[in-house]
Design a protein around this ligand. Structure first.
Ligand SMILES: Nc1ncnc2c1ncn2[C@@H]1O[C@H](COP(=O)(O)OP(=O)(O)OP(=O)(O)O)[C@@H](O)[C@H]1O
Length: 365
C-alpha cells in the first residue's frame, strides 16, 4: 500500500482501506546527556498518550515518530513498513502541534487543503476533501476565514482537519489542548475525544495533563527520564501507580516495601497495615482524603496505622486544604478548612496521622 494512493483516495475510501498492523517502534535518540529509549506499540484505532514530567523526552519521541529527529538506534515500523529512512514529508503521518501552526495568510479551507496537495492531490480534489473535513468538524461556515478570525477551539479543529485530511496512518498530537483556556478546553477535549474515537489508524498524543491523557487515550505510556516507567489503561495506572510522579499525578500517597500477610514493612519507614494479604515486594497507596489528623495522640481510635508527623507545608486544593507532612511517614493529607482551623494547623505543628487499613490498597511491586 503506498501512501500517495491512500491520500488521494479521499474521505469515502478511507473507511474501506485495509487495516494495517499499526505502530511498532523502539525509539532511541541520543542527545548528549539525555538519552531516549522507549518501545511503543499500538494497533490501528488505538489512542496512546505519552505522559511525563518536563524534560522526560515526550516531545523528542513525537519528533522521532514524525521524522524530525533522526533515530540513533531502534526501529520504526508502521503497518509493517519501515519508516527509518523515509523523510518526514513522505511519511503517512499527520501532526497537530501545540500552537497549531496554521498558515496565517491562507483560509481555513486552504490550510486544510494544503496537506492533500502536498501528497499529490489535484487542487480541486484537495479543496473538496478539505471542505468535507471542515464540515465534519462543524466548521463549514468558517471555511473562508483566516486563522486570526478563528477562536482557539476552531483553530484547533482546523489543525486537526488538516492533519486528518491526508488520511494518515499515524496521527501525532503534541499538547493539543495546551493553548486553550479552561472553558474552551473542556469543549474541545470532548470533541477531540469523539474524533479520536472515530479515527481508524494509530494516534499518539503527548501531554503533561493527566486529565487529557485519561479522557483522550485508551492507553497511557508514562515516560520519565527517557524511559517508560509504566504503561496501561488509565484506570489501571490511577489505581496502581508505580512511581512517585504517577502517584502525585493521580493524587495518591505511595510507598514501597515488603508485604507479609496484612502488613507491608516499608523500605524506608514504618509498617502499614492493609486489608489485602500479600507476600513479597509490594506497593501501598492511599488517597490524602483517607488520612485523619489529630493534635494529641488519639486514644479511642481503632486505626492500626498511626504515625507521628509534622506539618511541612499547606496549600488549598479545590475546596480542601492539603497538608504536607514529614516525620515517621511522609504523606499528604486533605482536610476541610474548618478542620484545619480547629486543629490549629500551621507549618511546624506536630500532629498524629491515622489511616484505616480499609482505606489503603496494596499490590505487588
Ligand atoms: N535540540 C536538542 N538538543 C539537545 N537536547 C535536547 C534538544 N531538545 C531537547 N533536548 C533535551 O532532551 C530532553 C527531553 O526533552 P523533551 O522536550 O523531549 O522532553 P518533554 O518530555 O517533551 O518535556 P516538556 O514536557 O517540557 O516538553 C531534555 O533533557 C532536553 O533538554
Amino acid at each position: 500500500m503506498t501512501h500517495t494512493d491512500d491520500t488521494t483516495a479521499g474521505l469515502a475510501a478511507a473507511g474501506d482501506r485495509a487495516r494495517g498492523d499499526g505502530l511498532d517502534a523502539r525509539l532511541v535518540v541520543d542527545r548528549g546527556v539525555f538519552r531516549l529509549d522507549i518501545a511503543l506499540r499500538a494497533a490501528p484505532g488505538d489512542v496512546v498518550a505519552l505522559l511525563g514530567p518536563n524534560g522526560a523526552g515526550k516531545t523528542t519521541a513525537l519528533r522521532a515518530l514524525a521524522g524530525l529527529v533522526p533515530l540513533t538506534g531502534g526501529h520504526l515500523r508502521l503497518d509493517g513498513a519501515s519508516l527509518d529512512r523515509t523523510p518526514p514529508e513522505s511519511r503517512p503521518v499527520g501532526v497537530v502541534f501545540q500552537d497549531y501552526l496554521l498558515f496565517p495568510h491562507l483560509s481555513a479551507l486552504d490550510n486544510v487543503a494544503f496537506g492533500p496537495r502536498c501528497h499529490g492531490a489535484s487542487k480541486a480534489e484537495a479543496r473538496a476533501l478539505a471542505a468535507a473535513w471542515l464540515a465534519r468538524m462543524g466548521l463549514a461556515e468558517h471555511a473562508g476565514a483566516k486563522p486570526r478570525r478563528l477562536s482557539g477551539g476552531q483553530a484547533q479543529r482546523v489543525a486537526l482537519a488538516r492533519a486528518l485530511a491526508t488520511s494518515p496512518r499515524l496521527l501525532l498530537l503534541d499538547e493539543p489542548l495546551a493553548a486553550l483556556d479552561a472553558r474552551t478546553r473542556l469543549d474541545v477535549r470532548a470533541q477531540l475525544r469523539r474524533h479520536l474515537a472515530e479515527f481508524e489508524a494509530v494516534a499518539v498524543l503527548v501531554t503533561h495533563d493527566p486529565l487529557d491523557a485519561m479522557v483522550l487515550a485508551d492507553r497511557l505510556v508514562v515516560v520519565e527520564d527517557g524511559r517508560v516507567v509504566q504503561e496501561g489503561g488509565p484506570s489501571e495506572i490511577a489505581r496502581h501507580p508505580r512511581t512517585d510522579y504517577i502517584a502525585q499525578l493521580v493524587g495518591l500517597n505511595l510507598y514501597r516495601g515488603r508485604a507479609e500477610g496484612h502488613t507491608v514493612a516499608l523500605d524506608a519507614g514504618p509498617a502499614i497495615t492493609t486489608t489485602e494479604e500479600l507476600s513479597g515486594p509490594a506497593f501501598v497507596a492511599f488517597p490524602p482524603g483517607a488520612v485523619t489528623l489529630y493534635r494529641d495522640r488519639p486514644t479511642g481510635s481503632s486505626a492500626r496505622n498511626l504515625w507521628r508527623c509534622e506539618v511541612a507545608g499547606m496549600e488549598t486544593h479545590g475546596d480542601q486544604i492539603r497538608a504536607d507532612l514529614t516525620g515517621e511517614l511522609p504523606l499528604a493529607a486533605d482536610l476541610t478548612t474548618v478542620a484545619a482551623a480547629e486543629l490549629d494547623l500551621h507549618p511546624g505543628a506536630a500532629v498524629w496521622a491515622t489511616v484505616k487499613a480499609t482505606q489503603t490498597h496494596a499490590y505487588p511491586a
